[in-house]
Each structure stands twice: as C-alpha cells, then as structure tokens.
Ligand binder design. Structure first.
Ligand code: SF4
Length: 335
C-alpha cells in the first residue's frame, strides 16, 4: 500500500501513535526518531530516493516509507520505481529482488545482517543437484521457488512464487511434478490445494515454524469469537486451526472487509502493528513472534544508508537475468 502516514508528526504525536502498539516506546526515543525522520525525508529528496518497507518492519520505519507491502507487492512496486535510489527496508533477498527487477536503480539495504533463515536453507548448487536427480525419475519436473530465496536460487528455478500466489503458480504450470523450494510448510499447504504432486525441500522460516497449536488453542479457549488468520509458512498442525490461511496482504484485506471485530494474527508480529495502525476500530491479538532479521533495520540505519549510500546490492548479470526470468514468469502466471 502507498503509505498513508506520510504527514509530519510532532514528537508527541509520534509517541502517542507508537505507544499504542508497544509500551516500550518512550517520549525521549520518539523525539530522537522525529529528528531522524526529518533528516531521512530531506535526504530522500536530495538523493532522489524512495523507501520500500516490508510489513514486518518496525512501525517507526513506516513513517519514512513510500510504500509498505508483502514480498509480491514490493517486487511489483520496485519494478515501477523511477527514482534513482531504492532504500529497501526488509531482508537481503528482498533487496536483491528489487535489483533483479529494476537493475538501473541503486538499491541499498541499510544493514547487511538482515538475512533470512528460510533463504539460507538452500543454495543454487544443492538445488541443481536435487533437480538433476529428480528429473531422472520425473522428466516433467519443474521447480517453483518461493520468493524468499537468493538470486542464484531463483536463477536455478523455473518460476518464483509468493505465499499469495503459490497455488495459482503451481496450477498454471503444465507439469504434474513440482519441486517446491525451500519452505516445507508452504509446500505442504500447497499440496492440500492442488492435485499435482508437490516434492518439497527441508527449509522453514524460524519465526513461523516455532508457533505451536497449543498457543493457538489457548487463545481459542479464552476468546472463542476471535477469527484466527494464519500464514501458510506455519506448521500444518497450526494451519489446521485457522479460520483463514492467508498471505500478509490478504490478512490486511480480510481484516478490513470482514464483519468480525477481533482477530488473532498468526504471523510475524510486525503485521499486527500495521493492522493496529490501519484498522484502529478493530482488535488484533498478536502471535508475538518477531523476526530478528527484519528488526535489524532501524531508522538510524536508514539514515546512515542514505547519508553514506550503503550497502549497495549488486549481482552478476547472468544471475540477475536468470532470476529475472523466474520472476517475470511469476508475474505473467499470476497476472
Ligand atoms: S520472517 Fe521468516 S521468512 Fe521472513 S525474513 Fe524472517 S526468517 Fe525469513
């Protein structure tokens, strides 16, 4: 979504805004944030830069974001950026994706430690080996890679997908056998939605994988009327307890449009923060799992990124072109 909180807030307004989400925000911290936000906005103009932010980012980052969304929305948005510089507030593979789809732009990731347990669970070499072995058994095999992968894994795959379009992409392929990498939970969920044969990898997102059915059942017992929205990166036994299984952006739409007033949001905590800010008339309970990688990005880091033009994402052209082919095919098939 295009950022609706673009107006300049005083330190007090920012404090009131953020303290609704988390009581650990202090007036002093918000006064500092206000200064950094002003500096970031001025530097964005000077550098002709835009800030793209993932739904799981810290809420103060949303104050400087031009666009907030999930992986697919951010990839689409990155393709359209005409500004010289994209500051990517998300994790490394997402910044790579921005570079893949819009190579003319300078793409900056404010902190190189912002990785991802899921994308780290597979390498291009390991995928090439598995693909070769499986194709001997299933000659029609195609590889669908989740967008949470490095550029060279995307280049080694036939097509990318996100959690929002995974089922649609699998269904659109003219193969019966699909190697779906690297998220084993999402692969299992996709298998429940298709007659195709899904072969999976042994990877997972550590944030979603640690959520247990007991935690969900405890909420269900205490608050039986609450709608439970679950991300498909969660374990199968958690997905079974869901009222709806949705990507993060579909959760936002669902929460806005549903007549229900209270929701349990079972995904990374940052999304509940976005919902609390965007749909203040409804009530959201968090599963309270934070992605430590996503939280590596701070306002101070964004400021340093724009000041020093760091850390630039670059890719070998052959990898970029291979990854772009997988992403373009996803855009075509999910259009
Ligand atoms: S939430 Fe999970 S999939 Fe997303 S960046 Fe963090 S570790 Fe990776």
């Amino acid at each position: 979504m295009h950022n609706g909180h673009g107006g300049t807030k005083t330190a007090q307004q920012l404090y009131e805004h953020l303290a609704r989400l988390d009581s650990s925000y202090t007036p002093a911290a918000c006064a500092q944030y206000t200064e950094w936000i002003d500096e970031i906005r001025a530097l964005k103009q000077e550098r002709n830069a835009v800030v793209l932010a993932h739904n799981y980012q810290r809420p103060e980052i949303f104050e400087v974001a031009d666009f907030i969304g999930d992986s697919l929305e951010l990839a689409r948005q990155a393709r359209q950026v005409a500004a010289d510089v994209i500051v990517f507030c998300g994790v490394h593979f997402m910044a790579e994706t921005a570079k893949i789809v819009n190579p003319e732009r300078t793409v900056l990731l404010p902190d190189l430690r912002a990785g991802c347990s899921l994308s780290a669970s597979i390498t291009a070499e390991a995928l090439a080996e598995r693909k070769e072995a499986l194709r001997k058994v299933y000659p029609d095999l195609q590889v669908v890679c989740y967008v949470n992968t490095t550029a060279d894994v995307k280049a080694e795959s036939d097509v990318c997908c996100t959690s929002a379009n995974a089922v649609k992409i699998v269904e659109a392929l003219d193969s019966q056998h699909i190697l779906f990498v690297p998220d084993e939970n999402l692969a299992r969920y996709v298998q429940t939605q298709t007659r195709k044969t899904i072969l999976s990898w042994e990877g997972n997102c550590y944030v979603h994988h640690q959520i247990t059915p007991e935690q969900i059942l405890a909420v269900r017992r205490n608050l039986p009327h609450v709608k439970i929205l679950v991300h498909p990166e969660c374990r199968e036994d958690v997905i079974q307890l869901a009222d709806a299984v949705l990507s993060t952006s579909a959760m936002v739409r669902y929460a806005k449009e549903s007549p229900a007033q209270e929701f349990l949001i079972v995904t990374e905590c940052g999304l509940s923060d976005r919902l609390l800010l965007e749909v203040p008339e409804k009530k959201f309970y968090k599963s309270c799992k934070l992605c430590a990688y996503m939280k590596m990005i701070t306002l101070e880091g964004v400021l340093a990124s724009l000041r020093e033009m760091q850390y630039e994402i670059t890719l070998p052209e052959e990898v970029r072109v291979g990854a772009e082919r997988s992403l373009s095919r996803m855009f075509e098939l999910s259009a």
